[in-house]
Write a protein that binds this ligand. Structure first.
Ligand code: ASP
Length: 340
């Protein structure tokens, strides 16, 4: 039986709820997923299948997508991630990675990690075994070794040759002779971002990279920055990025895309709006004569209900997806059409 006092306090609580401003935490959260889906940058085509198959068998979403990105990290032919990744200006491979686990609201990250091929797993170990979120440089390496990761030479013969040829070409007046086949790559990027939702609506995200080729030693891009390289909120969705990290860091793009989805914006519009903000935040020296950025960048987003999208500043990019229809590459939406 409800006493008068109970009734009054229940009524007061109900009134307070009605009067409360719309919750900032979930203005209109998408419904729980009805179907699992994994999305990634295009280089994650093999990985999305591996992750999806694991998720279907009941593996946790973060473990599944990390297994997915491990394929690229351990592929010595892939010059953008893990072993074989392009080195910094000193010829040293420095890797960045971060991850977020929606159900437990946890995150981990490593930056400028040397000698360990799978920074995504080290980022997860930071999340699982420490009270910290981000470890960098020598400390990150010592932590990884203590956790049992094996040190190895990440500079493959091919990337060493490319680095030497880049170095030779740097200055026509130095003592290195220039050759016709010297590598001209001034600015090259490569990264894998992967995001997933399972049938229960649980989400995770991970991003791993060797960063910009020939970067200044110690440079950390967006990939290990929680809220930039990737972000995940189990109430809403997950998002991540590949491309010019310096541009993404300034708009906290992973976080921003998730925030747009939190406001009820569909994933495609969420990533496009994030790109609009990024273009608006681009400094003058990086703008082409037509006022558009002179670089490209992509955002990928999956909502809690399984909707997904990816978008690139410029037309022509694609991304990888795996759901019940199998692994495939789809076209990214874009802000600027080719040739216009
Ligand atoms: N976002 C990465 C970075 O800036 C590079 C890339 O995605 O290619 O380190």
């Amino acid at each position: 039986m409800t006493t008068r006092r109970d009734f009054l306090s229940q009524a007061a609580a109900a009134a307070a709820l009605t009067a409360a401003p719309a919750s900032l935490l979930s203005a209109s959260p998408p419904r729980a997923a009805t179907r699992p889906v994994v999305i990634a940058s295009a280089n994650g085509l093999r990985g999305v299948k591996v992750a999806y198959d694991r998720i279907i068998r009941g593996t946790d979403t973060l473990d599944a997508i990390i297994a997915g990105v491990n394929i690229q990290e351990l592929d010595a032919e892939d010059q953008s991630v893990g072993i074989g990744g392009f080195p910094n200006a000193d010829g040293v491979v420095q890797l960045d990675a971060s991850c977020m686990h929606g159900p437990t609201k946890r995150a981990g990250s490593v930056g400028a990690l040397e000698g360990i091929a799978t920074p995504s797993l080290v980022a997860k170990a930071v999340m699982d075994y420490t009270d910290h979120i981000m470890l960098v440089g020598e400390g990150a390496k010592r932590f990884a070794l203590a956790m049992g990761f094996k040190e190895q030479n990440l500079l493959t013969e091919k990337t060493r040759q490319d680095w030497l040829r880049w170095k030779a070409r740097l200055n026509p007046n130095d003592f290195w002779l220039d050759h016709d086949d010297d590598v001209a790559i001034k600015y090259s990027t490569g990264t894998i971002n992967m995001n997933a939702v399972n049938a229960a609506g649980d989400l995770s995200s991970v991003t791993t990279t060797s960063g910009m080729a020939w970067k200044i030693p110690g440079r950390i891009g967006d990939s290990p920055v929680i809220g930039a390289g990737q972000y995940c909120d189990n109430l809403v969705g997950a998002a991540g990025s590949t491309g010019r990290g310096e541009a993404n860091i300034k708009v906290c793009g992973g976080f921003l895309a998730v925030e747009f989805m939190r406001q009820g914006v569909a994933p495609e519009q969420a990533v496009l709006k994030t790109l609009e903000r990024l273009a608006a935040m681009t400094e003058q020296r990086l703008l082409r004569p037509d006022g558009r950025p002179n670089f490209d960048i992509q955002f990928y987003a999956v909502a809690k209900d399984g909707r997904y999208a990816a978008a690139s500043l410029y037309e022509g990019a694609s991304f990888a997806v795996c759901d019940e229809r199998g692994p495939r590459v789809e076209k990214c939406a874009f802000l600027y059409a080719r040739g216009r």
